[in-house]
Design a protein around this ligand. Structure first.
Ligand code: N7H
Length: 480
């Protein structure tokens, strides 16, 4: 049976965070020294069991504070996890094939397939419009989370000190991307304003009390080598080396969001005199109201109490009698419907189990400034460090982006083609600007009408595919 102490803590539970740094690194040429230092890092790596303890401490601390009528104490808790790319495995001399073609290729080579904007270079190799740091070969990422900037910065310094004791450098930082949870009432909401992180699959025999509507998946959907680690739609197991057991792939994307531009589009495209408000339009593009309440259950008005209630906010399947073949309640191209179509596929006999991912990640960048609101233009970079754990990138992350979000015909061709996922769908056609996008079903009063989506409000600027090994693999295979 699964021993949670063997699994890195971000995968099944999630490192608690107000601040989270992603330290993308390259391993220096003295690989033996790096592997010895990695051994020293292992005691700092937060396992699933430790994350559960930390979360219990946070709950108790909040409870105590409420009883005393005070603000909760800063616990100075931090978490550390590590993951490696294919380039990192190559550098370490680990030659086993992990059995995932997307991972082996790396995300930069996969970016054209994901629909990222870019252009061919002189050798006719596609180069995405990413920031330069991510055009380097990245060997791995250290994820450092904690309750405030100081805790995380101090923990990051401790991690770097291990790898670079004295003047002996074994690891180089390529870039540290710094995430921060949004303040006050926006906590847990991404930058467009929507509550995020609601719908996650429950993992069999680990998440033993799923919420209503939350589906339980086989362990192998998230953890390599476990039951259900199979090619989607088949019973064929992936071939993995033995050390891959209880590791998980991590698809990381550095996604910028054009928030004032998105807000202005919603305002300009709404028709409030007919009850089609910009809030309703936004909710239909996402599949949920800003509060988190699903439009499939609350099609006409938000229900903030239901939005934050785990007993209500995931309890839907897009199978209300009138929603099967129409877009009454939720457009087919709504982001949540595109990325987890639930009964749209199951009614056709297709299981979505192996397409599921566990989303972690965090927001980055400041709140909107008054100038940005008044000009309708983004001046400060902000968005989502998207992080998805899965037992297979080809089964899930890559497939969701490529074959669902970017596929205008998905999920159902009736009554009209759904179009692109309004939030993340990408139409890669040109060097600077992506091709045109549109969707249907945005307006509940006119479901066959096509809504043109003039720009992409989510802009990928980097990323990589990683593998987050188990603690035993870090000890016995990765370190010395
Ligand atoms: Fe999405 N958003 O604010 O609009 N996402 N997402 N996502 N996403 C979800 O149900 C968002 C991205 C999924 O099970 C919610 O937990 C933004 C990528 C999946 O019903 C919101 C970005 C991919 C789900 C957002 C972004 C996905 C999901 C509702 C980029 C995969 C669960 C909260 C900046 C390729 C669907 C919730 C389900 C939910 C937003 C990216 C996938 C609000 C802004 C790249 C599987």
């Amino acid at each position: 049976p699964l021993n949670p102490a063997n699994v890195q803590g971000d995968i099944l539970v999630g490192l608690p965070k107000k601040v989270q740094h992603y330290l993308f690194f390259q391993i220096d040429d003295d690989v033996t020294a790096f592997r010895k230092r990695l051994r020293l890092l292992i005691p700092l790596i937060t396992t699933t069991v430790q994350v559960q303890d930390d979360r219990a401490k946070i709950v108790a601390n909040k409870k105590k504070a409420a009883e005393l009528g005070k603000a909760p104490e800063l616990l100075r808790l931090s978490g550390v996890n590590i993951a490696f790319s294919q380039f990192g495995l190559n550098k370490l001399g680990i030659k086993d094939n992990l059995g995932d073609t997307a991972f082996a290729t790396g995300q930069q080579k996969d970016s054209q397939g994901l629909g990222d904007a870019g252009a061919p270079d002189a050798n006719n190799n596609f180069v995405p419009n990413w920031i330069n740091a991510f055009k380097n070969q990245i060997h791995g990422v250290v994820i450092i989370s904690g309750d405030c900037d100081l805790t995380v910065t101090a923990t990051q310094a401790a991690v770097l000190a291990i790898f670079n004791i004295g003047a002996h450098i074994t690891l180089h930082e390529v870039i540290t991307v710094k995430g921060v949870v949004r303040p006050g009432a926006e906590k847990g909401h991404e930058h467009f304003g929507f509550l995020d992180g609601i719908s996650q699959p429950a993992v069999k025999d680990f998440d033993t009390k799923p919420n209503p509507g939350q589906e339980t998946v086989s362990q192998g959907v998230i953890l390599c080598g476990r039951e259900g680690d199979v090619v989607a739609g088949t019973t064929t197991p992936f071939t993995r080396p033995a050390w891959a057991l209880d590791g998980s792939f991590l698809a990381l994307r550095y996604l910028f969001q054009l928030v004032p531009e998105f807000d202005n589009f919603l305002k300009a495209s709404a028709d409030p005199t007919k009850g089609f408000t910009s809030d309703l339009l936004g909710a239909r593009l996402v599949g949920r109201w800003k509060s988190g309440a699903p439009v499939d259950v609350f099609p006409l008005a938000d229900n903030p109490a239901a939005g934050k209630d785990p007993l209500q906010n995931n309890n839907f399947r897009y199978d209300f009698p009138n929603d099967f073949d129409t877009q009454d309640r939720c457009p087919f191209a709504g982001h949540t419907r595109k990325t987890n179509p639930r009964n749209d596929l199951e009614q056709l006999g297709f299981s979505t189990e192996n397409r599921r991912i566990i989303r972690r990640g965090v927001q980055f960048g400041p709140e909107l400034t008054p100038e940005e609101v008044s000009s309708g233009k983004t001046h400060h970079g902000r968005g989502l460090i998207f992080a998805a754990y899965c037992g297979s990138i080809t089964n899930s992350f890559q497939f969701i982006q490529q074959s669902w979000a970017n596929n205008q015909g998905f999920p159902i061709q009736k009554p009209v083609s759904p179009g692109f996922d309004a939030i993340i769908g990408q139409n890669n056609q040109g060097p600077d600007d992506n091709g045109p996008r549109s969707m249907s079903g945005a307006n509940p009063n006119n479901q066959t009408a096509t809504l043109s989506l003039p720009i992409e409000w989510v802009v990928p600027k980097g990323g990589e595919y990683f593998f987050s090994p188990s603690i035993p693999a870090l000890r016995d295979t990765f370190s010395l």
